[in-house]
Every structure is written in C-alpha cells, then in structure tokens.
Design a protein around this ligand. Structure first.
Ligand SMILES: *Cc1c(COP(=O)(O)O)cnc(C)c1O
Length: 365
C-alpha cells in the first residue's frame, strides 16, 4: 500500500436518497446537501438520450475524443476544440491534473475551506497541501495570502470561483492581478463549477484570461446549473503547451456516448439555464433576507448554496436534524457550527425558512 493512501480521508459520498428515506422513515426527502439542481434537467436532455438509446446498441466503444460534444463546447465558450479535456465530471479532471503535475514533495496552494477533492488528490500524489484561510468575516478568498504561500515546491494553485462551500466570488480583474504575481512555472486552476449562478456581473468567467496567461486552466461542469450530475461530464480548458499532457493520461474511453449526447443537448438549451439561474437568484435573495432577519452570520453567495454559521456545533446539528425530520437534508461537517444549504425551489425554501424561524424563535440553546 502506498503510504500516501494509508493516510487519506476518503470523500464521503451522499447516501442514496431512497436508502436514507427508508432509514429515517421519511415519506419526503429533498437533498440540499450536494448542490444538485433542484429544477432538474432540461427536457431536451431526456429526448436526446431516448432518441440515442432507441437508435443505438451498446456494443461499440464511445467516441474517445467526444468530437461532437467537444465542438459544441468549443463553439459555446469560444476556445479552440483542441484546448479541451473532457472528463467524467470535474472529479476526474481534478484527478488527471494532480496525476499529471504532482510528484511527492511538491505542494499545492488552496484557500480554506474549499472543495475537498483538490487536497485529497494532492495527498494521493504525495504533495503537501498549503491551505490559506479565507477571511473569517466575509469568507473572501485571501489572494495575497495565496501568492505568499507559493514557494519553489508549488506546482498547482486551485481557485474555486465561486468557492464551495463559502459561495464567495472573485472578480476577473482580481484574478488578473493575482495571475501577474504567480510564477510562470505554477499552474493556476480556476474551478468554475458554479460560474453560471453569478449574477452580480455580466461576464463572470475567467475564460478571457486564457489569452493572457499560459499558466491558467479553467474548469467547468454539467453537474450543477445544467442539472446533469448523474451523467458525469466536466471539462478543462488549458493552453496548447500543457493540454496534451493531460489528454495523454486520460483513459481512452472515459466518457460514454449517452453522457456525451446528454451534455450536448443540455448545452443546447440555454433557456433552461437562464430559468434556473434567475429562479436561484430570487430564492438566494429570500434566504439572505431570512438569515439577516434572524441575525445569522453567513457569507454573501454568488452560487446555488449558502454557508451559514450557528451559535454552536450543537445548534448547527439541531437545525440540520430539525430540517431532516421535515424532509430537507443539508450539509454538515465542512466547518464546526456551519451548515451549507443548497438553495432549493421557492416553496421548499419557504418551508425551510419557516421551520428555522420557529426553531430560533423558540429555542434557548
Ligand atoms: C460539484 C463540484 C465539482 C464536481 O463536479 P463533477 O463534475 O460532478 O465531478 C467540482 N468542483 C466543485 C467546486 C464542485 O462543487
């Protein structure tokens, strides 16, 4: 057994909803703990998948290059098709990048808290994880602190934007300034898993920086705003100098044809994305107003979730349990006494907010 693996804490995946419902004896359970899309998936995805499945059998390997999906993505975000690596979710992309660029003794720089897969995959390769705490009060990523944490061992810098779990967003201008301070040998990876949900600026993506810096990669996924988590499709955009290294270590048939068809159909329905993003922004406002009213500390979110602080770990757990009994599961354990709440549809948000109001109005914890 590799020593680096013996020390790992594995990612704990969500328990399937059906099993959890049975275990808790609930008739209704909505998962607001994994930032999945509460508005489901574009109906065009179902149509495309059915049409594909009806006209093909499964005896042949999929298109290794995912050419049709690749062209659609490249056209949509206006990058060369060769600059894309399409993975089985961003999870695979994060694994590929770590495997390609990290050797034992290297280091990676992350903001904390952030998505756990960067550190997990770094540790797997024997890398040292340098975590730079975000601003306690605002949740803002400490970009200057991240620059300062870089040394000659640093190979990768991960910047999740908006960041999971804080929900905070870093502007393109701030990233540009940040990039100017990063040594050319260090690759900066911007995880834009939630970029569609940003509504405070017109053009929130760091994609334009690809033309200005060679040492930047941008990652996107179909799992969140596109509501395609089950099909596992994510992609990386990387400059010509580096992209082939990642392509080389990708498994040749990583992405099955149904997923390729589904993602292309999802990309084609931008009206669905506009609807999801607009509804999420309204529900997000209602949550923020509610949290403010109850005097709870939270971070201003540009994503489809909110990170909220309670008075004590006991109170956070009591709130999570109270919601769970009512059929709403939220995410605990990312930080003591904080909960991450995926923003649901208006009706569910309202029900959760009422329950929270009752709890805080009556509890003496
Ligand atoms: C959900 C999430 C991912 C994982 O995306 P998949 O494409 O489903 O593997 C990647 N990064 C962040 C920050 C996420 O929250």
């Amino acid at each position: 057994m590799k020593e680096s693996i013996q020390q790992l804490k594995p990612y704990i995946p969500e328990e399937p909803i059906s099993r959890l419902k049975e275990r808790l004896g609930l008739t209704k359970l909505v998962r607001f703990s994994a930032n999945e899309n509460p508005y489901g998936t574009s109906p065009q995805v179902k149509e495309a998948v059915l049409a594909y499945v009806c006209s093909h059998d499964s005896s042949q390997y999929p298109d290794s290059y995912a050419a049709s999906l690749r062209t659609a993505i490249a056209d949509f975000i206006k990058v060369p098709a060769e600059s894309l690596v399409i993975g089985v979710g961003l999870d695979e992309v994060i694994t590929l990048l770590s495997r390609a660029f990290l050797t034992a003794g290297d280091s990676i720089v992350i903001s904390t808290p952030t998505f756990s897969e960067y550190a997990l995959n770094g540790q797997l390769e024997g890398a040292i994880i340098k975590g730079v705490p975000c601003n306690e009060v605002t949740g803002a990523t400490d970009l200057d602190g991240m620059v300062a944490a870089i040394d000659e061992t640093t190979k990768l810098v991960w910047l999740c934007n908006p960041n999971n779990p804080t929900g905070t967003y870093v502007s393109v201008e701030a990233i540009r300034k940040f990039m100017k301070q990063i040594p050319k040998e260090v690759l900066v990876l911007i995880d834009e898993a939630y970029i569609e949900f940003v509504t405070s600026v017109e053009a929130p993506s760091a994609l334009p920086l690809l033309a200005e810096f060679e040492n930047i990669g941008i990652m996107r996924t179909f799992s969140k705003a596109y509501g395609l988590a089950n099909y596992r499709v994510g992609y990386l955009v990387l400059g010509q100098g580096l992209v082939n290294y990642v392509q080389t270590i990708r498994l040749p048939y990583n992405l099955n044809s149904v997923s390729q068809v589904a993602a292309e159909a999802a990309l084609g329905d931008q009206a669905f994305i506009r609807h999801v993003v607009a509804a999420n922004a309204v529900a997000r406002d209602s949550w923020e107003a509610c949290l403010m009213q109850w005097g709870l500390h939270y971070y201003a979110s540009e994503a489809n979730f909110l990170f909220v602080e309670f008075k004590s770990p006991e109170e956070a757990k009591a709130v999570a349990d109270m919601w769970l009994r009512a059929g709403y599961q939220v995410r605990m354990g990312l930080r003591p006494q904080w909960l991450r709440i995926t923003i649901g549809q208006a009706e569910d948000c309202k029900a959760m907010q009422q329950l929270l109001g009752q709890f805080l109005g009556t509890c003496t914890m």
